[in-house]
Ligand binder design. Structure first.
Ligand code: TYM
Length: 340
């Protein structure tokens, strides 16, 4: 029997941080043996913000190398760049015509990002979730493992898929989100009321996977705690709870065990130990990333192979969609599609 399909992705910009790892990639690796998986570097999505072309190209490659380093074997998973499969942009256009201004305007990420860059509220920022819906729906995805901040985009994807299916029949699989019970929202170290984000102006809020060991420990030492001295996981202790969550994710200890591990510790000692646990967990991944990123021929092969495989899957869905909405079909050689 065919395994169900997992699809997920990360933006191509900047360095990955521990939120991307603990909220998303870690679960991709855990789930991947029970599913057929596609993991995309969503480089088209990154164009909603002005990019230096050279930097974008290199960081897209870095993200793909991190996917492999974090445990996603290209022989078992399809790893590819979004811009290598033209069907994403084509389906996004079609789905734009089935999405409403009102629902896109309600997206929290759109509201936050447009407030942040008032001088550049481009149309791409607004229709961003439609492209994300196209990514997911092209591959008849069953499950989308993401962090908590993507919940609303997933809801929109489901709404658009259902709306389309109501008109045209069973074209799209309606996907479910997988949001992990622990680690779905890693918070900023110096402001645990907001999520850790790579675009944060204060870099001390964010632990990047490629930060030097000394920098990682320093950032943890400076993490905000509170004025009492109790190490417990509770809503009134966002800083401590965030550190306990990170500790639990990287060590595999439950929250109770984590609290027990620090029953004798003060905050200073606790913060250093969490930093050390993160470093220890990261060491093998960082070494693997360093090795991979210099292996140009291998990465090029993975990228070309991923594009071919993703393309084949995406094309068959896109043809179904085009036929459903009434676009004239051009059957090209090599495209196999059974008419219904
Ligand atoms: P992006 O690149 O912002 O983040 C990639 C993944 O990391 C998760 N994440 C976090 N998890 C926990 N704590 C955090 N502080 C944190 N920050 C980020 C995100 O939830 C995400 O799972 N729109 C998406 C990319 C995308 C996508 C898709 C995802 C485009 N198309 C299709 C899934 C399926 C984004 O900007 O993720």
């Amino acid at each position: 029997m065919q395994k169900p399909i997992i699809y997920s992705g990360m933006q191509a910009t900047g360095n990955l941080h521990i939120g991307n790892w603990l909220g998303a990639a870690r679960n991709w690796a855990k789930l991947s043996s029970d599913y057929n998986c596609l993991f995309c570097v969503v480089d088209l999505h990154s164009l909603t913000v002005r990019q230096d072309p050279k930097v974008l190209r290199q960081s897209a490659r870095n993200v793909l190398a991190w996917y492999i380093a974090l445990g996603l074997d290209p022989a078992k998973n399809i790893l590819y760049f979004q811009s290598h499969v033209a069907a994403h942009a084509e389906l996004a256009w079609i789905l734009n015509c089935y999405s409403y201004m009102g629902e896109l305007g309600r997206m929290t990420q759109f509201k936050e990002k447009s407030a942040k860059s008032e001088e550049n509220i481009n149309a791409g920022l607004f229709t961003y979730p439609v492209l994300q819906a196209a990514d997911i729906l092209l591959y008849r995805t069953n499950l989308v493992p993401v962090g908590d901040d993507q919940r609303q985009h997933l809801e929109l994807t489901r709404d658009v898929a259902q709306r389309f299916n109501q008109v045209y029949g069973d074209i799209f699989t309606v996907p479910e989100a997988y949001i992990p019970p622990v680690g779905a929202r890693i918070m900023a170290l110096q402001n645990p009321e907001k999520k850790m984000s790579k675009s944060d102006d204060n870099q001390a809020n964010c632990i990047f996977l490629s930060d030097e060991p000394g920098v990682i420990i320093k950032k943890f030492k400076r993490a905000v705690t509170d004025s009492d001295n109790q190490i417990r996981h509770a809503p009134d202790k966002p800083g401590i709870s965030n550190l306990l969550t990170i500790y639990s994710c990287v060590t595999g200890r439950t929250m109770d065990e984590g609290v027990g591990d620090f029953s004798q510790s003060g905050y200073g000692d606790f913060k250093v130990k969490v930093g050390e646990a993160v470093l220890e967990a990261l060491i093998p991944y960082r070494a693997e990333f360093e090795r991979l990123i210099t292996d140009t021929a291998y990465l090029d092969g993975v990228i070309a192979d991923g594009a071919d495989k993703a393309q084949a899957m995406a094309t068959s869905t896109l043809i179904k969609v085009k036929e459903a909405v009434g676009l004239p079909i051009c059957i090209k050689e090599g495209v196999s599609y059974e008419r219904s």
